[in-house]
Design a binder for this molecule. Structure first.
Ligand code: ZN
Length: 375
């Protein structure tokens, strides 16, 4: 059986199901990021209650701390972190190439860098990235790819595409954990010709799904969405498409509209750490003085633990006093906001009303909250 079932389409937008060894994932799917085998401050039972269907783990971080062998000895990543649902692991490539000051050299065999933990010289090869993910036992493993930052030369982009294909070929048939799926990653930045080339080279390798990589790395949004349209259209309709690293509400809606099925981002928890809440009236900065006596919940319609029990005034107090509960409540709310957003998108796609739903949602999100005086 194919690991992806397409259930409905509306324009380019898709509703489907990704079938994994730890359960089915309805798509569009937002994947909260559990960088170090934890979604910061949130218990796995809470993640489940919020509506999380799949988590993302970071191969780079888990390889260095505590190490994949320790995790395997304790039963694999699912048992280790107390989450029995699907897990996708990235390949570590994004960290290796984005933590720029740590990169030493890369060649066709692999990439040499300094670990962010202790500065020790380390090396990732496609084979090692696959082996770590097999040892972790994730449900979806990603290929090690070359993800250049925005603004590199065409020659550098072209070389990233070439090497990404070379590495994908080497990873395709490596040993996998039981039931593990493996996704290829297309590159090419904003260059239409190179994006097409990357897809043409990777699609015949017949991966279980495909990621659109090398976007959301600091480029302008208009061209990024244009590249997404082309990149998604170049992938097979019968396989899941994963946009790596987008999680703002507007961005999520825009990539769903272009035929993307899955995405991940640290945005909900990172936004919480800055004391902000995602809402339908834009982002609320709880540090702002206008919330000091505000008796309303963050969002009147939100069923999350923060909104059903606490006022903006209380959460503002917690944030200002750097109380851990404030960070937790904002994390729970922001995750719920995004998880509910993709459920609503799916319903709109199934009902054939995605274009009016998304236009309405984008208009609501664009509405500026009342002008805030300085906090
Ligand atoms: Zn809420």
């Amino acid at each position: 059986m194919s690991c992806f079932t397409l259930a409905a389409t509306d324009g380019a937008a898709r509703a489907g199901v990704l079938h994994t060894a730890h359960g089915d994932v309805p798509t569009p799917a937002f994947m909260p990021v559990g960088t170090k085998a934890t979604v910061k401050t949130v218990d796995p039972d809470e993640l489940r209650a919020l509506g999380t269907r799949i988590l993302l783990g970071n191969t780079y971080h888990l390889h260095f701390r505590p190490g994949e062998d320790v995790i395997a000895e304790l039963g694999g990543l699912h048992a280790f972190m107390g989450w029995d649902g699907p897990i996708l692991t990235d390949s570590g490539g994004f960290q290796v190439f984005s933590l720029r000051d740590t990169l030493i050299a890369s060649d066709d065999e692999g990439v040499t860098f300094r670990s962010v933990y202790d500065g020790a010289p380390s090396r990732f090869t496609p084979e090692l990235a696959a082996q770590i993910q097999t040892t972790l036992g994730s449900d979806v493993a990603m290929c090690l790819d070359i993800c250049p930052p925005a603004g590199v030369t065409r020659l550098q982009l072209e070389d990233a595409v070439r090497r990404t294909t070379l590495w994908a070929e080497r990873q395709r048939d490596l040993p996998r954990a039981p039931g593990q799926l493996r996704f290829g990653i297309t590159q090419g930045g904003l260059d239409a010709e190179l994006r097409a080339r990357s897809s043409e080279e990777l699609v015949p390798l017949d991966f279980d799904g495909y990621a659109i990589g090398g976007l959301s790395v600091g480029e302008e949004r208009g061209p990024m969405f244009e590249a997404t349209t082309a990149a998604a259209a170049a992938l097979p309709a019968g396989k899941a498409r994963y946009f790596m690293g987008i999680g703002d509400p507007e961005g999520v809606i825009e990539v769903i509209a272009r035929g993307v099925d899955m995405f991940d981002c640290v945005l909900p928890t990172r936004t919480a750490r800055t004391g902000s809440a995602l809402t339908w009236e834009g982002r609320l900065n709880l540090r702002n003085a206008r919330f000091a006596r505000d008796p309303r919940p963050l969002d009147e319609a939100c069923p999350c633990p923060a909104c059903t029990r606490f006022t903006r005034a209380y959460i503002r107090h917690l944030v200002n006093q750097e109380e851990l509960l404030g960070l937790r409540l904002l994390s729970l709310h922001n995750l719920r906001f995004l998880l509910d957003l993709v459920v609503a998108a799916r319903q709109a796609i199934e009902g054939g009303s995605f274009s009016s739903w998304s236009a309405d949602a984008l208009a609501r999100l664009a509405r500026q909250p009342e002008k805030e005086p300085a906090a």
